[in-house]
Design a protein around this ligand. Structure first.
Ligand SMILES: CC(C)(COP(=O)(O)OP(=O)(O)OC[C@H]1O[C@@H](n2cnc3c(N)ncnc32)[C@H](O)[C@@H]1OP(=O)(O)O)[C@@H](O)C(=O)NCCC(=O)NCCS
Length: 174
């Protein structure tokens, strides 16, 4: 399988917050934002894997700044690292008003998607990811530690097997 560039997965999605997207305070409801994040991330994962994908996990999401009714929400997603059948996708969320004023970065999250075989049943191998820029390299390197954390938290890895996390803490102790 041909390795892919990070830019091959770049995906941008723009939405306007409509009344049925809001909570009783008139702000975008967290669950609706997470839905949009999952959609943009899955499109990016599909571009990287060239497969049908399922969401395997979503890392910590915090809602730092409210997004108001009528505002424009821009979601950007990109692959950061691919393993055998899974790929990590970084999603950033920005908001501004309809005139383009009050632009701000609202939150971000890391999603993991798994590529499926043609019957959409079993995980299947996906292309490797080639980081090219310094920022892509930074996200690629740190992805293995994030993966170890999520595999430990989901009971799929023993903490003692988390070699990248261990070496990071060993470096910090020096
Ligand atoms: C995700 C899923 C396909 C994994 O299936 P599985 O039989 O456990 O497959 P495997 O053990 O071979 O794992 C496949 C990959 O998923 C990764 N994975 C599984 N669970 C994970 C988790 N919680 N976090 C991160 N990665 C995970 C594994 O690390 C592995 O990656 P790798 O091949 O790149 O090393 C399966 O659990 C599933 O279908 N879940 C439901 C998905 C879904 O419906 N999502 C929508 C939510 S409503």
């Amino acid at each position: 399988m041909r390795p892919k560039k990070v830019s091959d997965s770049h995906t941008v999605m723009t939405e306007m917050v409509m009344p049925n997207d809001t909570n009783p305070m008139g702000n975008l409801m967290g669950g609706n934002l997470m839905r949009w994040m999952d959609i943009v991330a899955s499109i990016a994962a599909g571009k990287h894997t060239e497969r049908h994908v399922v969401t395997a996990s979503v890392d910590h999401v915090s809602f730092q700044k409210p997004i108001l009714l009528g505002e424009v929400v821009t979601l950007k997603a990109t692959a950061t690292r691919a393993w055998t059948t899974s790929v990590e996708i970084y999603v950033e969320v920005f908001a501004n008003d309809i005139k383009g004023l009050n632009p701000r970065r609202c939150n971000h999250a890391y999603f993991t998607f798994v590529g499926l075989d043609d019957d959409k049943l079993k995980p299947t191998p996906i292309p490797a990811l080639l980081p090219l820029t310094d920022e892509e390299e930074r996200l690629f390197e740190s992805a293995s530690r994030r993966r170890e954390v999520r595999l430990i938290l989901s009971g799929r890895m023993k903490p003692e097997d988390a070699t990248d996390l261990k070496s990071m803490f060993a470096t910090l102790e020096k």
